[in-house]
Write a protein that binds this ligand. Structure first.
Ligand code: PSU
Ligand code: MN
Length: 308
């Protein structure tokens, strides 16, 4: 049937049996990491989920079909394709109807994972409120979708190009709880600490699962739960290098008049190039760490829920 989800057998079986599954987004692969690195990263991210005892379900649109759970050939295509669109929720129906290929963002991955019955999702950084949002209205659709999608999203905060304080305010407005994992500070993606506190702290994956289940029990689970998982200080990007690169990157975006959905890929590429690959190492590190934590949460959730 056109427009329905094509769920990989392994994922469908795990969901049906109430076994742990972790959804993964494809925009970080197709638009966030360089060619070659992205394909190796895809395998490593999926392996991190498996090592934690959960089934990985990378989500993308291929030939106009929404795929939940990709095989090696599909990952090859996603990571090497020249014509992979970046699909937020508004774009998914269009890409499906037009028979196109596309990678899903935090927004669309969350929405589609929830449709497929998956409760936990790992990514790198969320989209958010951009620095000039008051004049450009550039606020990522990630936020509104998280406000209406009951899923646990494990991330390392939001990209440092964003207005981090503004993003945290917006998440509060949307009633999305933000939990620091073993920290009282909201992580800054490449950096351990964004400079902002988190409203809540958890120290165990089982607490994240319990929060999800209690909210569900109370009917207070319209929105996502954000689990913010920082890299330890000795694995973050050198803060001085980070600040310098960010300043240059922002100037470059302005000089090139980059806007809309091209902002994130352009800036990430600039970071990877001008830090000589250091930011790439950190980016991969944090996604792998998030995948491992998401698997732990999915396992805890399955244990607390019992078999389906
Ligand atoms: N953060 C990253 N790398 C990424 C993204 C975020 O470090 O590739 C992607 C995610 O898929 C996120 C999207 O959902 O960028 C947000 O894009 P926008 O700001 O255009 O809504
Ligand atoms: Mn945007």
């Amino acid at each position: 049937m056109p427009g329905t989800l094509v769920v990989a057998d392994e994922v469908a079986d795990a969901v049906a049996a109430g076994r742990p599954v972790v959804a993964l987004e494809s925009t970080i692969l197709a638009h966030g990491l360089p060619r070659g690195d992205n394909r190796r990263a895809a395998d490593r991210i999926e392996s991190a989920v498996r090592a934690g005892g959960a089934v990985p379900a990378t989500i993308a649109v291929l030939d106009g079909a929404v795929r939940v759970g990709l095989g090696p050939a599909e990952l090859d295509r996603l990571c090497a394709g020249d014509d992979i669109a970046k699909l937020s929720v508004r774009d998914v129906g269009v890409a499906v109807a037009l028979g196109m290929d596309g990678a899903t963002t935090v927004a669309s991955t969350s929405a589609l994972a929830h449709r497929a019955g998956i409760a936990v999702f790992a990514t790198g950084g969320l989209g958010g409120v951009h620095r000039e949002a008051a004049s450009t209205f550039d606020v990522s659709a990630d936020l509104r979708v998280l406000g209406r999608t009951p899923i646990v999203v494990v991330c390392a905060g939001v990209k440092s190009i964003l207005d981090v304080g503004g993003t945290l305010e917006y998440l509060e407005t949307l009633s999305v709880p933000v939990l620091g994992y073993r920290t009282d500070r909201f992580p800054g993606f490449y950096l351990t600490d964004s400079g902002f506190p988190v409203p809540w702290r958890i120290d165990d994956a089982r607490q994240a699962a319990a929060i999800l289940l209690r909210r569900r029990g109370l009917g207070l689970d319209d929105a996502a739960v954000v689990v913010a998982n920082p890299l330890p200080p000795d694995r973050q990007l050198d803060p001085e290098l980070h600040d310098r690169t960010l300043e240059q990157g922002l100037a470059l975006l302005a000089a090139e008049s980059v806007s809309g959905k091209d902002v994130t890929p352009r800036l990430l590429e600039f970071f990877h190039r001008s830090t000589g690959g250091a930011s790439l190492r950190v980016n991969l590190d944090l996604v792998l760490s998030n995948a491992a934590l998401a698997a732990e949460i999915a396992v805890a959730l399955a244990a607390q829920t019992g078999p389906a």
